[in-house]
Ligand binder design. Structure first.
Ligand SMILES: [Zn+2]
Length: 342
């Protein structure tokens, strides 16, 4: 089968397209003909060597997978050949103390999903969720790490309530955009922060009530307070990280919740801890997507309530270009490659 193989960390041109043996299908695995694979910033850091956990070269990366099941391992009972699936980022064991407490994303035996940059991938069935035929593959592949994580942030971590005001940073990004749409669905008023003035119109179309344009590191909290009668916002969903932290925390109202769901930069940030207790603020860490959360976003997309934006769909041969586009940070919506035309 054809795959984009990485023999060592490197620039986007480091991938080599090769014919390699079919992956071995374990007892708990499904073999999937990969119809689409999202290219994420996680893929970028796996490629360039910044992320090293569980990386053994040569390797076929790619974790945002959608496709058709062609074979099932001996112990798989939830799927059959012909099913359409998409994936979460990790499989979990279902038996450790975290799994048993509904915290599967921190499973002690979790294993990363990989292999999406090949025509076929063997994936632990636990990491797969069934997708109805009406959802295009290039959309369903992005649902776990994008909309699924956004649902985790908005509904299950920040607990956004009807009538609240929510600030979303990086609002045109893979998590930011669905977070904005989901906060609207939850009945909140949404203020979007973006670096790019030209993206303002699109953000309003996608559901932002107000858009604040601010460059990285700029203090936008005065603009946010002006929009909220001086009170600030009830919730921040921060998909950018350190360079947005100060202005975003300054935008937070008394008793506000600050959900942190991304860190695009390597540097630290600092805060006088008294500011957290004076404000009675909650700082909340958002993890990856659970199976239930992924099933729920698949449902929302199937019912037309949520629509992720796909910026470019490219053949697997253009994997280097796909990585360049993702690294540029200029795309509105997701970049997807097609390893196996269905
Ligand atoms: Zn577990």
């Amino acid at each position: 089968m054809r795959a984009a193989v990485l023999h060592a960390p490197g620039p986007p041109s480091a991938f080599s397209l090769e014919d390699i043996p079919m992956p071995a299908v374990g007892r708990n695995d499904v073999l999937v003909a990969v119809a689409a694979c999202g290219v994420s910033s996680k893929d970028v850091v796996e490629r360039n060597g910044t992320y090293r956990r569980d990386m053994a070269f040569p390797i076929v990366i790619g974790m945002e997978i959608s496709g058709r099941v062609v074979e099932c391992g001996a112990d798989v009972s939830d799927f059959k050949a012909g099913d359409f699936i998409c994936t979460k980022a990790f499989s979990s064991c279902g038996r450790c103390r975290y799994c048993r407490n509904g915290r599967e994303t921190t499973c002690l035996k979790r294993r990363p999903v990989r292999g999406g940059y090949g025509e076929f991938a063997a994936i632990d069935a636990d990491a797969c969720v069934r997708v109805p035929p009406g959802i295009p593959f290039e959309v369903s592949c992005t649902l776990g790490p994008g909309a699924g994580v956004a649902l985790n942030a908005v509904r299950d971590t920040a607990h956004v309530q009807l009538g609240e005001t929510v600030l979303v940073t990086g609002a045109t990004g893979g998590v930011g955009l669905p977070a904005m749409q989901l906060a609207k669905l939850a009945g909140a008023r949404v203020i979007a922060v973006t670096r790019n003035d030209q993206k303002k119109g699109g953000l309003v179309q996608d559901g932002a009530d107000e858009v604040v344009v601010a460059s990285s590191g700029e203090d936008f909290s005065k603009a946010v307070r002006a929009l909220t009668d001086g009170l600030g916002v009830d919730v921040v969903i921060d998909t950018v990280g350190s360079r947005m932290f100060k202005a975003s925390f300054d935008s937070l109202a008394m008793h506000g919740r600050y959900a942190t769901v991304g860190q695009l930069f390597g540097e630290d940030t600092s805060i006088n801890l008294a500011r957290i207790f004076f404000k009675r603020a909650e700082i909340l860490g958002v993890g990856s997507v659970s199976r239930t959360q992924l099933e729920d976003v698949v449902n929302l997309v199937a019912r037309g309530r949520l629509m992720p934006r796909i910026a470019r769909t490219l053949p697997l041969e253009d994997i280097a270009l796909a990585h360049e586009l993702v690294e540029s940070g200029e795309m509105s919506g997701r970049v997807v490659v097609v390893p196996n035309k269905q």
